[in-house]
Design a protein around this ligand. Structure first.
Ligand code: NCD
Length: 384
């Protein structure tokens, strides 16, 4: 199949950042770095290592796609990704992330092709790198990847990057966007969480979160969301404290740049936002659970986690009940990446209550993904 490259609109990247001295950085992506005038990364694999300036380029672009508190607008000009193809490869379950990437890509004018993993050659034993390099060979412009293995998106990005060799008629490497890989990172979630906090605390002009304190509560050890949140929020100036039982929030988590606490009732009255994490039962026993992560040594035994995550004990000590939420500061918000275990980590009345920014997070996810796809695909250049 030959894709209609001639119909493609050139992707114009807005000049919203001037970063003196910023060069290639260790963000784990091909084409890393911000140069004065714009964004130059062709893939987004994680937020760790991105500068505040790079994060702000994405957040400001996302802001251009939101139309006030309740709406996500159409792109202001003609669809900048018209004629482009975005492939979604979800090797793990998803509702919000998968659909919002599809909505984002289509709002930009791109066509979305979705790999139905359950009926694909994955079932015949095909490796993720073979799947990815074959999809890249079809000439897609971007691949959005979710996988249960930490590091999967980096492996895919390296594989398509290594095989791209125009001199050997292999064509260019597509953009790779990590939509969640094991316990590693979930960069678009981290960005939409930062956006939601900035909006709630009137920081949309600057995306400077200095002076704000954010608690991340619960199953931090299993959470890719926590890692991306910590990277984004601390880079933007916020203070982050992870709260939970020691088995789910071990001391080594502090190596990610946050504080660690085990008493939610002591922490809650002092925060401006709380991100409550789902207890990720499915990640507790998948073998990776025993691997130290998060700066090394942040592991713990599966048995300890099972004990700590026992529903009743957890709810009593760390569940965000109505009574606990009522003790938060005026203006402080409650967030959750979803899906919510109502009645376990968060009460239904809190999830649906006046402090809840949960559905605002979801709405911002579309604008964030529009910005990420537009800027990363745009960074590949008009000929790619
Ligand atoms: C998260 C995920 O899948 O990483 N959800 C999401 O993408 N909105 C969090 C979770 O699974 O608990």
């Amino acid at each position: 199949m030959t894709m209609a490259r001639s119909r493609r609109s050139p992707v114009t990247v807005p000049a919203v950042s001037t970063v003196p001295g910023a060069g290639a950085r260790d963000g784990g992506a091909r084409g890393a770095g911000v140069r004065p005038g714009g964004w130059t990364r062709t893939s987004l694999l994680g937020l760790e290592g991105l500068s505040a300036e790079e994060l702000r380029v994405l957040l400001h672009r996302a802001r251009a796609y939101t139309g006030g508190p309740d709406s996500v607008l159409e792109p202001e000009a003609s669809a900048p990704l018209r004629g482009r193809f975005v492939a979604t490869l979800f090797f793990e379950d998803s509702t919000r992330t998968r659909l919002s990437f599809a909505v984002a890509a289509q709002r930009l004018g791109a066509q979305v092709i979705d790999l139905a993993v359950a009926s694909s050659s994955v079932n015949k034993g095909e490796t993720i790198t073979d799947t990815a390099t074959n999809v890249n060979a079809m000439g897609v412009d971007a691949m959005v990847v979710r996988h249960r293995a930490s590091g999967a998106a980096v492996i895919v990005d390296r594989a398509v990057g290594a095989l791209a060799d125009p001199a050997r008629r292999r064509g260019p490497a597509c953009t790779v966007v990590n939509a969640g890989d094991g316990r590693h990172e979930h960069p678009t979630q981290g960005l939409l969480d930062a956006y939601t906090i900035a909006e709630a605390h009137q920081r949309l002009e600057t995306f400077d979160l200095s002076g704000l304190r954010v608690a991340i509560v619960g199953d931090v050890i299993s959470s890719r969301v926590a890692r991306s949140d910590i990277a984004a929020l601390t880079a933007l100036g916020a203070e982050v404290v992870c709260v939970g039982p020691p088995a789910l929030v071990p001391p080594a988590i502090a190596s990610l740049g946050c504080a660690v606490a085990h008493d939610l009732d002591a922490v809650l009255p002092g925060v401006d936002a709380v991100q409550v994490l789902r207890i990720q039962f499915e990640r507790h026993d998948d073998g990776e659970a025993r691997r130290p992560e998060g700066g090394g040594g942040a592991g713990g035994t599966g048995e300890a986690r099972r004990t700590a995550a026992s529903a009743r004990e957890f709810r009593e000590c760390f569940g965000l009940s109505e009574a606990r939420a009522a003790r938060m500061r005026p203006g402080a918000i409650v967030m959750h990446p979803g899906p919510i275990n109502r009645g376990l980590e968060m009460d239904a009345a809190v999830a649906d209550g006046p402090r809840s920014a949960v559905l605002r997070q979801v709405g911002h996810g579309v604008a964030i993904r529009m910005a990420v796809l537009e800027l990363c695909i745009g960074a590949r250049g008009p000929g790619a």
